[in-house]
Design a protein around this ligand. Structure first.
Ligand code: NAI
Ligand code: MG
Length: 354
């Protein structure tokens, strides 16, 4: 019997609307070969919708998502709607209320891509960033007082809970167990941030004891960013708080060639709710509508989604097709030093699959 996956597609804004359909077509093609089908449902949740209705998504949006096996999202945010409104109106509530607490972002120097770091090859850059995705520095606790006066003040609290910290640590150590090097590095800043970050370090040490056989290291975030550039080969799995993980997961893909290839998964590990898959990049207003966006991040994200749904063969095939498409300059996009537009890159990936 053919298996059918129900997937919610939210293209969102800007290049999200250009790259997500590419990923959908790639999935539909591999599905035929691997004997499954996808039942897509499209949602127009976006800044455009906000303009028309005053909301990024309907009031029961989260409830609607619970009916799906997973969510495939392009990018949200566009000039005209403040970024904190679009982010807190769609992406952050989805991640939180569907308890997608593990944000998993692989960083790998693919064949066919030159790293901006001189002399680095595919063996040097292969890591997975595991970012805490539902608490930490991104919190609603705080406020502003005496606005517009010279006594104006803004306060923003970080929240790190034992439950939230322990479960992201466990997730990272479990990922490390599946990898060759079996190593986890923790991003901290316990010298400057003296309450939450020493707590983070304690929970990291406790997790290391729960998971014997996994090597560990920890770095303050400032030197860690330097080491991502100077010694990317030091890193295997990296576990980080919400803010630090956000920063590292733009830096990582940059050293691996381009933000235009970076995939990401927002995972609810218990499977109680659907997980959500989206490229790391945003809506790229500077190139939106021009047909030149790199679709590889969306396609690699599609592979992560299929792997999560239980189709590892299809996922691996997509990853190989991506690498084939990157071998030639005329089939990769300009952000990678190529000459192809979005359609040209897609055609090369589809050709490699058939
Ligand atoms: P961005 O990722 O949209 O763009 C940064 C730079 O990278 C731009 O120069 C852009 O042209 C380039 N770029 C990004 N993706 C590319 C691709 N696939 N191919 C080729 N070039 C690519 O980040 P930015 O400019 O900070 O944010 C723009 C909007 O996107 C904002 O509204 C922001 O809030 C939103 N955003 C949404 C995210 C999401 O939905 N997960 C993540 C990051 C930003
Ligand atoms: Mg980010």
């Amino acid at each position: 019997m053919t298996k059918t996956y129900r997937i919610a597609a939210i293209p969102g804004d800007g290049i999200g609307k250009e790259v997500l359909p590419v990923g959908q077509r790639v999935i539909d093609l591999v599905a035929q070969k691997h004997n499954f089908t996808v039942d897509w449902t499209e949602f127009d949740w976006s800044c455009e919708r906000y303009h028309d209705t005053g909301r990024m998504m309907p009031e029961d949006g989260i409830e609607q998502m619970k009916a799906f096996d997973s969510i495939y999202l392009g990018a949200v945010g566009f000039p005209g709607v403040p970024d904190h409104v679009s982010l807190w109106g769609l992406l952050i509530p989805l991640r939180r209320e569907l308890d997608q607490y593990a944000n998993v972002r692989p960083v790998r120097l693919l064949k066919g891509i030159n790293s901006p770091l001189a002399g680095r090859g595919a063996d040097d850059i292969d890591m997975i960033i595991v970012r805490e995705n539902v608490e930490g520095e991104y919190s609603e606790i705080g406020g502003r007082v005496y606005q517009g006066t010279e006594h104006e003040a803004a306060i923003q609290e970080s929240i790190l809970t034992r439950r939230g910290t322990d479960r992201i640590m466990d997730y990272a150590f479990n990922v490390a167990k599946t990898r060759k090097r079996k190593h986890v590095s923790s991003a901290t800043k316990s010298n400057g941030i003296i309450h939450t970050m020493p707590f983070w370090d304690e929970r990291f040490a406790a997790a290391a004891e729960r998971h014997p056989g996994i090597g560990t290291a920890q770095f303050h975030i400032d030197i860690m960013t330097a080491n991502f550039v100077l010694h990317p080969d030091w890193f295997d799995v990296v576990v980080a708080s919400n803010l630090f993980g956000d920063i590292l997961s733009d830096l990582g893909p940059a050293v691996a060639g381009s933000i235009g290839i970076a995939p990401s998964a927002n995972i609810n590990p218990e499977g109680k709710y659907p997980s959500m898959f989206e490229p790391v990049h945003g809506s790229a207003p500077d190139i939106a509508g021009k047909g030149v966006a790199n679709p590889v991040a969306a396609v690699w994200t599609a592979a992560m989604m299929l792997e999560h749904l239980g189709e590892p063969g299809a996922a691996a095939e997509i990853e190989r097709a991506i690498e084939t498409s990157l071998e030639r300059a005329d089939t990769k996009t300009r952000d990678l030093g190529g000459t192809a537009d979005t359609a040209g890159s897609e055609a090369a990936i589809l050709a490699a699959l058939s």
